[in-house]
Design a protein. Structure first.
Length: 274
């Protein structure tokens, strides 16, 4: 995979904006290394600043950022530009050093918790999503407890948990000792139970606030509700806002009063047309 030229991406984004697209998501295996393989001297921050100049784009979102490449310049832009969604997707996988080494993950100078704290020092509240893995070979009770304690302190806004799967041919399949699947399932449930409590407390704080919500259409479970997302919710992977009152227009960003909050969804009503 290679980086596309900055001009090419800007032209495509301009065309999308002309068609009425209001949200653009930047996606790569690691968006933070954008441009390092190009002859022109450009980086992710240059691309973001170029895209922010395009009229019509209301939300610009980053997905899949390597924890070791999140620069102060990136955080400064995110802190000052309302169009750039206050959202970072940082796949950490684990926090125990031995497990990370076994995963062949590159270790960073700052710890995962130090990174989270650095991201949250700005004036704009940045929503952080991560994915973690339990049951990797060698994950003892003590190492799992380290992961649990980290999740408790980090208080992620969005969290995905995966169980290690020993597929034939992958190097990790030969590692020992293995974690029984039943134990890995238990560990996943323990982390998700912890995270559910964290999200309940976080979301309750949003009740009574009016937030800009991108209306996406009818709820898949019932046509009595509309569904949408805030700037801190990525499409397909995060929770959603369920709207039970008001006239919504699909594809538009509208003010929604949050009237109730659950662990994974917010409930709200459209205030008035923008």
């Amino acid at each position: 995979m290679r980086s596309r030229k900055l001009k090419s991406l800007v032209i495509e984004a301009e065309q999308m904006a002309d068609r009425g697209v209001v949200e653009i998501n930047l996606i790569a295996q690691d968006t933070t290394i954008y441009g390092k393989d190009l002859e022109e001297d450009v980086c992710l921050e240059d691309l973001i600043e170029a895209l922010l100049k395009i009229n019509g784009i209301r939300w610009l979102r980053l997905l899949y950022c390597h924890p070791g490449n999140i620069s102060e310049r990136l955080l400064d832009i995110m802190d000052s530009e309302d169009v750039l969604c206050p959202y970072l997707d940082i796949p950490l996988q684990h926090v125990n050093v031995d497990i990370l080494r076994a995963m062949k993950r590159e270790l960073t100078k700052e710890t995962p918790l130090e990174l989270i704290e650095r991201i949250r020092t700005g004036t704009r509240k940045i929503s952080i999503r991560t994915t973690l893995m339990v049951g990797f070979p060698g994950e003892t009770d003590k190492k799992f407890k380290e992961l649990y304690d980290f999740v408790k302190l980090a208080r992620f806004d969005h969290l995905g948990i995966f169980i290690f799967s020993s597929e034939k041919g992958i190097p990790a399949a030969r590692l020992k000792p293995t974690v029984p699947h039943k134990e890995a399932e238990l560990r996943k449930n323990i982390i998700m139970s912890l995270q559910k409590g964290i999200l309940k407390r976080k979301n309750r704080q949003l009740a009574g606030h009016t937030l800009p919500v991108l209306i996406e259409g009818l709820c898949s479970e019932t046509d009595l509700l509309l569904r949408g997302r805030t700037q801190t919710m990525a499409p397909d992977v995060d929770d959603q806002v369920l709207i039970n009152k008001g006239e919504g227009v699909t594809g538009r960003i509208m003010p929604v009063l949050i009237t109730d909050a659950h662990a994974y969804d917010l409930i709200g009503e459209i205030k008035d047309s923008p």
